[in-house]
Design a protein around this ligand. Structure first.
Ligand code: BT5
Length: 267
């Protein structure tokens, strides 16, 4: 494998004009560089931006992960975007939004030939390695709450450019994918998946489980936000979107945390 940087053409905003998915009509803004597209989109959502605003950066210089972690991507090697959604749903349904975005990314990657899978809650894996991270934030605004769905997909990133060993890119999986084409596919798929979920929330669970490598019957270590961790065998995805794990002390439903997929030797 060579680590030479491949050609990295810019996004072509003109071919993203008028993209729709389900009920969502997108307005795509491409910026050359930004610290974080989620921060930009959150500020716009606070100012009342409509559903369908997309901000994508050719180079994101201070990308955010969950729990104050960072997301690192070289110039034009990745898709880094944030989408404003305004779901008129009960608060109890909001935890499904990150999972919904994961389903949309996995479906889009499969559509371009990448056999993507999900790791609960919403890492997207290729060959067991992370190819995409998702950060969904809730923003309060005068027009009601908005969801900012941040998505980072490693497209042509080389092995030497990836920040961790457990990461990969579409190129490293042998796929030469045009970022503009992938972005259009992703926006269409996300809009449709979101619209279907608004109409029939229960159906998403089966789609999620189908794409998810974490359930059922997988040995996992769950790292909880309070710093403790526990091991067990996954059973299912709960109606809340949480992960049901059978542990020595009985079944537990995890609603927030990180999951490590274990092999027997790691226990
Ligand atoms: C995530 O957090 O995976 C959410 C990442 C969301 C990034 C998008 S890009 C567009 C939008 N704007 C933003 O500012 N953010 C969103 P988490 O599960 O906490 O994972 C973060 C961890 O993933 C880091 O601590 C690294 O270990 C690893 N990581 C960082 N960059 C990576 C990359 N390019 N590929 C794979 N793993 C990476």
């Amino acid at each position: 494998m060579t680590d030479a940087t491949p050609p990295r053409p810019p996004l072509d905003p003109s071919s993203l004009d008028g993209v729709t998915g389900g009920r969502v009509s997108y307005e795509v803004e491409v910026v050359a560089a930004a610290p974080s597209t989620n921060a930009l989109a959150a500020a716009r959502a606070q100012q009342g931006a409509a559903e369908g605003l997309v901000i994508t950066a050719e180079h994101q210089t201070a990308g955010r992960g969950r729990l104050d972690r960072t997301w690192e991507t070289p110039d034009r090697a990745a898709l880094t975007l944030s989408v404003v959604l305004r779901p008129e749903v009960e608060p109890v349904r909001w935890p499904w939004l990150p999972l919904l975005v994961g389903v949309s990314v996995a479906r889009s990657l499969r559509a371009v030939g990448a056999p993507a899978e999900l790791k609960w809650p919403n890492d997207v894996l290729l060959d067991g390695r992370k190819v995409c991270g998702i950060l969904v934030e809730r923003i309060e605004s005068a027009g009601g709450p908005a969801a900012v769905a941040g998505i980072g997909i490693n497209v042509s990133t080389t092995a030497g450019e990836l920040p961790i060993d457990a990461a990969t890119s579409l190129a490293l999986a042998g796929l030469d994918v045009d970022r503009t084409t992938l972005l259009a596919t992703l926006l269409r798929t996300l809009g449709q998946t979101y619209t279907d979920w608004l109409a029939d929330p229960a159906a998403l669970r089966a789609s999620y489980v189908d794409l998810c490598a974490t359930v059922p019957g997988r040995r996992v270590r769950v790292e909880l936000p309070d710093g403790t961790s526990t091991t067990g065998t996954t059973r299912d995805i709960a109606e809340s979107g949480g992960l049901v794990v059978a542990t020595e002390r009985g079944d537990m439903t995890v609603n927030a945390g990180d999951v490590v997929h274990l092999r027997a030797v790691e226990e």
